[in-house]
Design a protein around this ligand. Structure first.
Ligand code: SF4
Length: 322
């Protein structure tokens, strides 16, 4: 069996920064460090950080007074920031800078008097946070049918913003529907929303041209991982989202010679390794990697956490096989 790795795949700059913030906060200030929501949507990452002293909670009310607190990469609503401030909690904000950029776009459009429409999925942490960062109503659409159902006059001044981890193609379809309906529409170019989402999706499209089956390593609640699996299915390949090598079903690979393998932006490469190990148990495996875009973007850490890396810094999630 030939295993072909997508390139790039796995961790993006926002995820690396968020994990490092938790690790360094534990190292500098001691455990426990409370993290509001899963720092990134990957169970393995969360379990590993929990073992190091992170405590994951969904609401700030579960954080004891005075405890060191981290906001997840998905961002939080202003009410959460205000609650932390009112309680005097020490906070590190691990919101990805590209998510913060969407918050700023939303505020700018709302200030200019435009009705704001967000393309995203109801209930996703990033969507909840973004809607709560704008002091104006933010209408949510996920599909072209949702656009048709918007209760707005067609000549209303409308602006759209988007969840960072959606399929670029899906987003384009909804934006096209918005543009067909509203004559006075503005919004960012989808390709500028998140380089990592764009690159991973382009890489999967290339992978689908040379593979018979697609495996995406990631958690079920990871939006960007699910979109990669959907892309494989759209390209006509049997496509599976797997948490790690234990999720592999040998029956999937009967008659399959070329397995395409990638990982969502929140999935560490050690899980990709565990999938390759599981495939090796089925028979001889040759691993190759496609050429792809080289990513060099890094996001800076909060000032208080800069300097020498934490004792147990991100070695657990070190990049392999690239
Ligand atoms: S996928 Fe994009 S927006 Fe999300 S954390 Fe990574 S870099 Fe940031």
């Amino acid at each position: 069996m030939q295993v072909i790795l997508a390139n790039p795949r796995g961790f993006c700059a926002g995820v690396v920064r968020a994990i490092e913030i938790v690790e360094r906060a534990i190292d500098r200030y001691g455990a426990p460090v409370y993290v509001r929501h899963e720092i990134v949507h990957n169970r393995h990452v969360v379990d590993t950080l929990r073992a190091k002293g992170a405590v994951f909670v969904e609401e700030l009310s579960d954080v004891p007074d005075g405890a060191m607190t981290v906001f997840s990469a998905h961002g939080v609503a202003r009410t959460v920031e205000e609650e932390a401030r009112a309680r005097g909690l020490p906070v590190f904000d691990a919101t990805c800078p590209l998510v913060t950029k969407v918050h700023l776009q939303g505020r700018r459009y709302a200030k200019a008097g435009r009705t704001l429409v967000m393309i995203g999925h109801e209930g996703h942490a990033e969507v909840v946070g973004t809607r709560g960062q704008v002091d104006a109503p933010v209408l949510l659409v996920s599909t072209e049918a949702d656009v048709a159902a918007l209760d707005l006059p067609d000549d209303a001044p409308v602006a759209y913003i988007t969840q960072t981890t959606l399929s670029v193609d899906d987003t384009k379809g909804v934006i096209a529907a918005l543009a067909r309906r509203f004559v006075n529409l503005v919004g960012p170019d989808v390709s500028e929303i998140c380089y990592a989402t764009q690159n991973r999706q382009s890489a999967v499209r290339d992978l689908c041209k040379v593979a018979d089956l697609l495996l995406v390593v990631g958690s079920e609640n990871s939006s960007n991982s699910s979109r990669l699996r959907d892309l494989g299915a759209d390209e006509g390949l049997p496509s599976y989202l797997v948490a790690d090598g234990n999720a592999i079903d040998p029956a999937w690979f009967e008659g399959i010679l070329r397995v395409g393998l990638t990982a969502g932006a929140s999935a560490p490469d050690e899980l990709v390794d565990s999938v390759i190990d599981a495939l090796r148990k089925l028979g001889p495996v040759e691993v190759t990697q496609l050429d792809g875009v080289e990513e060099s973007l890094e996001f800076g850490l909060p000032r208080e956490l800069r300097g020498a890396p934490a004792k147990a810094a991100s070695t657990k999630f070190a990049t392999i096989g690239a």
